[in-house]
Unconditional design. Structure first.
Length: 83
Protein backbone atom coordinates (compact mmCIF):
# COMPACT_ATOMS: atom_id res chain seq x y z
CA UNK A 1 0.00 0.00 0.00
CA UNK A 2 1.02 3.64 -0.17
CA UNK A 3 1.45 3.61 3.61
CA UNK A 4 4.54 1.40 3.18
CA UNK A 5 5.90 3.22 0.13
CA UNK A 6 7.80 6.48 0.52
CA UNK A 7 6.04 8.81 -1.89
CA UNK A 8 8.17 11.72 -3.09
CA UNK A 9 7.19 15.13 -1.81
CA UNK A 10 7.89 18.65 -2.99
CA UNK A 11 10.86 18.97 -0.63
CA UNK A 12 12.42 15.82 -2.18
CA UNK A 13 12.74 17.53 -5.57
CA UNK A 14 15.66 19.73 -6.57
CA UNK A 15 14.98 23.41 -7.12
CA UNK A 16 14.56 24.46 -10.72
CA UNK A 17 13.54 27.46 -12.75
CA UNK A 18 10.87 27.47 -15.40
CA UNK A 19 11.39 29.35 -18.66
CA UNK A 20 9.38 29.74 -21.83
CA UNK A 21 10.97 29.77 -25.26
CA UNK A 22 8.73 30.97 -28.06
CA UNK A 23 9.62 29.87 -31.60
CA UNK A 24 7.17 31.15 -34.21
CA UNK A 25 6.38 28.88 -37.13
CA UNK A 26 7.76 30.17 -40.44
CA UNK A 27 5.06 28.35 -42.43
CA UNK A 28 2.26 30.88 -41.87
CA UNK A 29 1.99 34.66 -41.44
CA UNK A 30 0.77 34.48 -37.83
CA UNK A 31 3.59 32.17 -36.69
CA UNK A 32 1.08 29.78 -35.13
CA UNK A 33 1.58 26.04 -34.72
CA UNK A 34 -1.21 23.52 -34.50
CA UNK A 35 -1.42 20.75 -31.96
CA UNK A 36 -5.11 19.85 -32.07
CA UNK A 37 -4.38 16.67 -34.02
CA UNK A 38 -1.86 15.36 -31.47
CA UNK A 39 -4.48 13.35 -29.59
CA UNK A 40 -5.64 11.60 -32.77
CA UNK A 41 -2.26 10.44 -34.08
CA UNK A 42 -2.31 7.08 -32.29
CA UNK A 43 -5.87 6.06 -33.13
CA UNK A 44 -5.57 5.07 -36.83
CA UNK A 45 -2.57 2.76 -36.34
CA UNK A 46 -4.28 1.18 -33.33
CA UNK A 47 -7.40 0.47 -35.40
CA UNK A 48 -5.34 -1.00 -38.27
CA UNK A 49 -3.41 -3.18 -35.80
CA UNK A 50 -6.66 -4.40 -34.26
CA UNK A 51 -8.07 -5.30 -37.69
CA UNK A 52 -4.83 -7.05 -38.72
CA UNK A 53 -4.77 -9.03 -35.48
CA UNK A 54 -8.42 -9.98 -35.86
CA UNK A 55 -8.17 -11.23 -39.43
CA UNK A 56 -4.64 -12.63 -39.24
CA UNK A 57 -3.30 -10.59 -42.14
CA UNK A 58 -0.60 -7.94 -41.62
CA UNK A 59 -0.77 -6.67 -45.20
CA UNK A 60 -3.48 -4.01 -44.80
CA UNK A 61 -2.89 -0.34 -45.55
CA UNK A 62 -4.85 2.72 -44.47
CA UNK A 63 -7.63 3.58 -44.97
CA UNK A 64 -9.23 0.27 -44.02
CA UNK A 65 -12.13 0.36 -46.44
CA UNK A 66 -14.62 -2.51 -46.42
CA UNK A 67 -13.26 -3.64 -49.80
CA UNK A 68 -9.66 -3.76 -48.50
CA UNK A 69 -10.66 -5.65 -45.36
CA UNK A 70 -12.72 -8.10 -47.43
CA UNK A 71 -9.78 -8.65 -49.82
CA UNK A 72 -7.44 -9.23 -46.86
CA UNK A 73 -9.90 -11.76 -45.41
CA UNK A 74 -10.05 -13.54 -48.77
CA UNK A 75 -6.23 -13.67 -48.91
CA UNK A 76 -6.13 -15.29 -45.48
CA UNK A 77 -8.80 -17.80 -46.52
CA UNK A 78 -6.86 -18.65 -49.68
CA UNK A 79 -3.63 -19.10 -47.73
CA UNK A 80 -5.32 -21.35 -45.18
CA UNK A 81 -6.93 -23.44 -47.97
CA UNK A 82 -3.54 -23.84 -49.67
CA UNK A 83 -1.95 -25.19 -46.49
Amino acid sequence: SYMDYAMPRADDLPSFTLEHNSTPSPSNPLGLKGCGEAGAIGAPPAVINAICNAIGNNNLSMPATPAKVWAALQDVSAQQAAE
